[in-house]
Design a protein around this ligand. Structure first.
Ligand code: HEC
Length: 108
């Protein structure tokens, strides 16, 4: 997947881009930001946490304020503030947002 290339593009993400933007995070943090059982120690859960907290952590990674961190400081270099805010708000939602509208208009 070449999602990182898309995530590095500047500009505020459109709603439809959120699955793609957040999809990068799924690889490590688990589908929808919920890590698989047993992985949560190394890979923190993102889903359902306060947006302000997620945003604060992401900014701290990008600004090099998390010396113990491994991959996140480098990864966050590729995200601008608008993208981080969008990600924080998206992951803060308790339920997973609809990924694709179900195909409507089923024939009767
Ligand atoms: C390559 C694996 C990987 C990817 C991809 C990844 N993360 Fe992380 N993330 C980690 C690890 C590992 C940590 C623990 C800190 C560290 O070692 O960098 C972490 C920590 C975090 C934290 C801090 C959570 C806490 O409780 O301390 C946030 C917030 C976060 N990631 C958000 C994201 C977002 C948003 C994305 C997608 C843009 C993302 N991560 C993509 C591996 C990843």
């Amino acid at each position: 997947m070449l999602i990182l290339a898309g995530a590095a593009q500047a500009g505020p993400p459109r709603p439809l881009d959120m699955e793609v933007l957040a999809g990068t995070c799924f690889a490590c943090h688990g589908p929808q930001g919920v890590p698989p059982a047993g992985a949560a120690e190394a890979l923190p859960r993102l889903r359902g946490r306060p947006a302000a907290e997620l945003l604060r952590l992401m900014r701290a990674f990008r600004q090099g304020q998390m010396p113990q961190a491994s991959v996140m400081p480098l990864l966050m270099q590729g995200y601008d503030d608008a993208q981080m805010q969008a990600l924080a708000q998206w992951f803060a939602q308790p339920a997973q947002p609809a990924q694709t509208a179900p195909a409507g208009g089923r024939e009767r």
